[in-house]
Design a protein around this ligand. Structure first.
Ligand SMILES: NC(=O)c1ccc[n+]([C@@H]2O[C@H](COP(=O)([O-])OP(=O)(O)OC[C@H]3O[C@@H](n4cnc5c(N)ncnc54)[C@H](OP(=O)(O)O)[C@@H]3O)[C@@H](O)[C@H]2O)c1
Length: 388
């Protein structure tokens, strides 16, 4: 029986993780759940799964939860704030930590889980984008197991298996192209948050949905893959594959190309991460090759997806450039979701922040968090000076 903490249980990845766990109660037990402000969903999850600990990052919500759970689940211990998140990420009795908080808010608890030597199921790509080497060193030094949950990286993980990374010539990340793949470029500026969040293949949280529409998500994934697999970013190619059936590919020196296929359903990589090195059943729909009939591939147009190039630029600059890129993106996406900027302002803001903030060597958490803060403030300043 493996004891599990789910950081971000109310989100899309969190809910899918609980779905997989619910079908394998003989193998996994929910030790701790966490959320930020989504009291209603979190309350239901606590009543249904009866974790030992329930954490709400928002302190007011934690007090409300405590009041509501008194009758329904009095044995659940309620914790609050970042301290609560850290506590359940490093609990001695926990084996696996699903890192599924969105954005920079997930960095500290995800790092804490790695430091505590847990199996870290990494969905929160922003944590690795921000802390790169520091995170990978922490994993190594503490004998943590790091299993990627992002479908692309999970696919690569499956295709690499025991192969020596020096035998790899290229990694090919597939991208759906998002909801605006065929939209005339001159119409992009009028796209609304609702349209941007309507992903053609995946049902995801709002931030990653916008990242998919701009393809910043793929940029963050290039950074993520280069750290996870210790591979130069120039050898990580991006190919648009609108059906989202091939989740990524690895090309070896001898010309062999290995790919992982499956219907777009996050329960597949989640189950893989939970059961590894075994495999367990999921309720994901089976792949019907006759039904699919053909698979399409195309190149990502640079003028449609400038965020992809900005991410590659950040990798090239090194240091805290990826921290700055990520922070500016988080602020810009949030402002877009709140209808304060246009869709096409997102890359413009990120580019300005990257040129205004000087990058530093990203060797300590203090430097990473400082540059994250500086980039957020600068992004907000730039947006403050803009008019819609
Ligand atoms: N969804 C996917 O299919 C998918 C695929 C690959 C990778 N990922 C990655 O997985 C992560 C989660 O994505 P998602 O789509 O599941 O996001 P989501 O649906 O927006 O859920 C985010 C989770 O994080 C919690 N959270 C938000 N802000 C927080 C804060 N300040 N402190 C503590 N907790 C906070 C939310 O709590 P509340 O509900 O209370 O706000 C929620 O539980 C992202 O890094 C994303 O890039 C997702």
């Amino acid at each position: 029986m493996k004891e599990i903490t789910i950081l971000g249980s109310t989100g899309s990845i969190g809910v899918n993780t609980l779905d997989v766990i619910s079908r394998h109660r003989d193998k996994f037990n929910v030790k701790a759940l966490t959320a930020n402000t989504n009291l209603d969903v979190f309350l239901d999850q606590c009543i249904q799964h009866k974790p030992e600990y329930a954490v709400m990052a928002d302190e007011d919500c934690a007090s409300k939860l405590e009041e509501k759970l008194k009758k329904e689940a009095p044995d659940v211990s309620i914790l609050a704030g970042t301290d609560g998140l850290l506590q359940v990420a490093e609990l001695e009795t926990v084996d696996y930590v699903m890192a599924a908080i969105v954005g920079a808010a997930g960095l500290l608890p995800t790092l804490a889980a790695a430091k505590a030597g847990k199996r870290v199921l990494l969905a929160n790509k922003e944590a690795l984008v921000m802390s790169g080497k520091l995170f990978m060193d922490t994993v190594l030094q503490n004998n943590a197991e790091l299993i990627p949950i992002d479908s692309e990286h999970n696919a690569i993980f499956q295709c690499i298996s025991t192969a020596n990374t020096s035998s790899i010539s290229n990694i090919i990340l597939t991208a759906s192209g998002g909801p605006f793949l065929d939209t005339p470029i001159n119409e992009l500026s009028s796209k609304t948050p609702e349209q941007a969040c309507k992903h053609p293949k995946w049902d995801m949280g709002r931030k990653i949905s916008v990242d998919s529409a701009t393809m910043m998500n793929k940029g963050l994934e290039v950074i993520e893959a280069s750290w996870l697999f210790n591979i130069k970013s120039e050898t990580i190619k991006v190919v648009i594959h609108p059906q989202s059936i091939i989740h990524s590919l690895v090309e070896y020196k001898d010309g062999s190309v290995l790919a992982q296929l499956g219907n777009p359903d996050m329960r597949i990589p989640i189950a893989y991460g939970l059961a590894w090195p075994e495999r367990i059943e999921t309720c994901a729909q089976r792949l019907d090759l006759f039904d699919i009939a053909h698979l399409d591939f195309k190149e990502a147009e640079a003028d449609r997806f400038p965020c992809l190039q900005l991410a590659r630029e950040a990798i090239k600059q090194g240091g805290t450039s990826c921290v700055i890129l990520n922070a500016a993106n988080e602020v810009a996406v949030n402002e877009f979701l709140n209808k304060r900027i246009k869709f096409t302002d997102i890359p413009t803001i990120i580019e300005s922040v990257m040129s205004d903030i000087t990058q530093n060597t990203a060797n300590t958490l203090e430097v990473i968090l400082r540059d994250d803060g500086l980039a957020r403030n600068r992004a907000l300043e730039i947006i403050g000076n803009m008019t819609l």
